[in-house]
Design a protein around this ligand. Structure first.
Ligand code: 5RP
Length: 291
């Protein structure tokens, strides 16, 4: 391992230079992957816009019943038409997503803590690759905790998922967790996203931050941005617009959709920003007119 003392600070991100190894496939960093991987990634990233709207409803894996997600069976059918990917646990997906739903599936594949723990950074790989395949999941979502107590085991989970995913052509989405004690700086997100991509993740879920364009430029796979805590709808649409303008290939929003005054209209407004080039103002006007 390199001696980290006296390391030069990385700064030459060439944010205006497009990814140079794109080939003719629309997903960043996936040009050399096989047909099965590309098929799954195409179920996630729209081949026309190149982007994705993921709806995250996996909160129950450590929070139990969450405000807005009390009745997944009622909520999901209202949102499915307006999102590209459903991100949930196998229990929620098997019980509450109709099997004829043709949207992508991001399967939450790690678990192990609950809101009752102070340290949420200890998870295990909880879903066998056989079950990932049985569910026809388009990616395995793996929580990672860079800089936290659970870093080693979470990167072990990620590496095992990448190894299994490579055997059976199932992509991995590395999820960058932030915790009470963890930084939310550009420096942290550059470190975390790049580590996950170098370990083989095909998609990275992370947060907006200062120098976000540099985080995107330095990451050789697509970044989708987490919604995070509930914001007023206008601010959530501004967040979506800002990160898409800075190179994110989508958003993975939970609370900012399902805790909205009107989740289905909010999902449509987010979709307008992510896929149709709408500004935050245009999308908010749509929300106001239809909520
Ligand atoms: C946690 C996750 C969750 O899916 C995500 O945070 C939930 O979405 P939101 O924060 O937008 O409610 O990946 O790391």
């Amino acid at each position: 391992m390199a001696d980290v003392d006296g390391l030069k600070i990385a700064k030459d991100y060439k944010v205006d230079v497009p990814f140079a190894n794109q080939g003719d496939f629309h997903v960043k960093g996936a040009g050399s992957l096989d047909w099965g991987m590309k098929k799954h990634l195409s179920n996630i990233f729209d081949p026309v816009s190149g982007n994705t709207v993921m709806f995250a409803f996996d909160h129950g894996y450590f929070m139990g019943s969450t405000a807005g997600l009390e009745r997944l069976d009622v909520l999901l059918p209202q949102l499915i038409p307006y999102v590209d990917v459903l991100m949930g646990t196998r229990g929620a997906i098997r019980t509450c997503v109709p099997a004829d739903c043709r949207k992508g599936i991001a399967l939450r594949t790690t678990s192990g803590s609950s809101m009752l723990n102070d340290d949420l950074s200890h998870e295990v790989l909880a879903v066998d690759i056989e079950d990932v395949i049985r569910m026809n999941a388009d990616c395995m979502a793996i929580q990672t905790f860079i800089g936290a107590d659970g870093q080693l085991s979470s990167l072990d989970n990620l590496s095992k998922a990448v190894n299994a995913g490579m055997r059976y052509s199932v992509p991995v989405m590395g999820v960058v967790a932030v915790g009470k004690q963890m930084e939310r700086t550009g420096r942290f997100f550059k470190l975390a996203t790049r580590i996950l991509a170098e370990l083989g993740a095909n998609i990275i879920k992370t947060y907006n931050c200062e120098d976000f364009e540099e985080v995107v430029a330095a990451c050789p796979v697509p970044i989708v941005v987490a919604g995070g805590k509930k914001l007023p709808e206008k601010e959530a649409l501004e967040l979506a617009y800002e990160v898409i303008s800075k190179g994110a290939r989508g958003v993975d929003m939970g609370r900012n959709i399902f805790q909205s005054q009107n989740p289905a209209v909010m999902a449509q407004a987010v979709n307008m920003v992510v896929h149709k080039g709408a500004t935050a103002e245009e999308a908010y006007e749509f929300f106001q007119d239809n909520k």
